[in-house]
Each structure stands twice: as C-alpha cells, then as structure tokens.
Design a binder for this molecule. Structure first.
Ligand code: ADP
Ligand code: MG
Length: 243
C-alpha cells in the first residue's frame, strides 16, 4: 500500500517540482536536458559544463529516476552513466531543501579511487550552483581519522566500499539514517574486485525507505543478485547497440 502515513520520511518532501509517479511518460521522448523538469541550479550546472543533449542511457533512465523509481541500468563504458545518477541526486535533495544540518542524503559507491575521483569532479561541476557539501571518502593520503571528524558535515558521500564500511564500523557518529538516494556505480566492477560481502553489509545497514540507482556495464548473475538485494520494484533499462 502507499499510505503516506506509514512513511514519516516522506513528510519532508516538498511538492515543489515534484514529478508525479506517472509523469515520466511525458518526458520519455525528450532529447535535451532542458526539456526535463530540472531545477535552475542543475540546468545552469549542465549548461556550464556544456551538456546539452542526453545520451541514450540518460534519456532512458532520467524520466524514471526523476520520479523516484529504483533503476537497474546497463550501458557500456563511456555511455554517460555518471550524469544518469548525479542529476537525480541533485534534484531529490534540492526538492527536499536538504541543508547542512540534514546530514548524509546520498551515497555513491564506486569500485576504485580513480573512478570515485572522476565522478566526484562531475558532481562538483554539474552541482556547483547547489549548496550541498560533497566529500570523497576513498582513503589514500588523507588518514581516516581526518575524515572521521568531517563525515557528518557531508550531504553527498562519494566512496569506495571498503572505506565506507570502515566509517560505518569505526566512526562513532557516522549517521546514514536519513539517506535518500543510494547509487551503486559500475556495480559489475565492484563485484569483480571482490566487494560483494562489503556491499551486502553496507546495504543492510542503510534505511530501507530510499531510492537506489544501480548502474553497470554488464548484466552478470552477481549484478542481478545485488539488484535483488538492494532494489525495490526497479525499472530495468539496458542500452546496448548489440542485442
Ligand atoms: P560511463 O560512466 O557510462 O562510462 P561517463 O559518465 O564517464 O560514462 O561519461 C563518459 C564521457 O561522456 C565523459 O567524458 C562525459 O563528460 C561525456 N558525457 C556524458 N554525458 C554527456 C552528454 N549528455 N553530452 C555530452 N557528453 C557527455
Ligand atoms: Mg562510470
């Protein structure tokens, strides 16, 4: 049932710019970002980075993800999967008027430090007109102790699975209880690297009432297992040239 009273979190939702459950069909044929019902801040961020026309996976997924659905999206490397999750995150937190005191609203999990840093750059350039604080939790030179003092100031966390789990286990006041959007990026690679257990453990510690976007270059059995575990009634989108 969809009795809103059973989901207290939804009461935070503001009706401003909210896409209706069935409204996606109105945007299904759109080719350009400016045809989507996006905030001015996101539109300006896209324009500033010269993103005008959507790629296939963006065109297929954004109408669904923008109205809050879970997505299992498969599209090859280089097809533009990053914006397919960065845009819905920015729009969701914007609509909720997410602020500094609201804590972690979104977590993006990426297989490697390099990929995490790359998508962090995209998030920062497209999201630069929004006031969210975003942080990269990937380990490396900066010690985990320095991160521990700052993780609770973050609205959007970009991380590798190991480092996120470390914070969940060790950082006393690390709070994800208000999480709105979880992204599993390059899920096939995350699983290839051997992070299956870490991912299961992470997903089990997150609030169930959330949106989850899972993107992958390939649809393997283990990606489907992960999807079963983490997605709710997802939209399956596969954008490949060859059948
Ligand atoms: P994937 O994650 O699917 O491998 P990326 O999100 O990294 O792909 O995007 C691949 C490249 O395509 C990047 O250089 C990115 O800037 C570019 N790109 C993504 N979306 C668009 C778009 N709508 N218009 C033009 N270039 C885009
Ligand atoms: Mg990618």
């Amino acid at each position: 049932g969809s009795n809103p009273l059973s989901f207290p979190l939804l009461q935070k939702e503001s009706p401003v710019g909210q896409m209706n459950e069935n409204e996606f069909s109105r945007y299904a044929g759109c080719e350009l970002f400016r045809q989507l019902p996006l905030s001015k801040k996101t539109r300006d961020g896209l324009k500033g980075s010269s993103y005008i026309k959507m790629t296939d996976i963006q065109r297929a997924s954004l109408p669904h993800s923008l109205c809050g659905r879970d997505i299992l999206g498969a599209a090859k490397t280089g097809s533009g999967k990053t914006l397919a999750f960065v845009i819905p995150i920015l729009e969701k937190l914007h609509r909720l008027r997410w602020g500094p005191e609201d804590g972690v609203g979104s977590i993006i999990i990426s297989p490697t430090r390099e990929l995490a840093s790359q998508l962090f750059d995209v998030l920062n350039s497209v999201g630069k007109f929004h006031g969210f604080s975003a942080g990269l939790l990937i380990g490396g030179r900066k010690g985990v102790d320095t991160e521990k003092e700052r993780v609770n100031e973050l609205n959007i966390v970009v991380c590798t699975p190991g480092r996120l789990l470390q914070h969940m286990d060790e950082t006393p006041n690390f709070e994800c209880s208000e999480l709105q959007v979880l992204v599993l990026d390059e899920a096939d690679r995350i699983l290839d690297i051997g992070f299956k257990k870490a991912l299961n453990s992470i997903v089990s510690q997150l609030p169930k009432q959330r949106q989850t976007l899972l993107f992958s270059a390939t649809q393997t059995k283990s990606v489907q297992d992960l999807a079963r575990l983490s997605l709710k009634d997802p939209e399956y989108l596969s954008v490949h040239e060859e059948a």
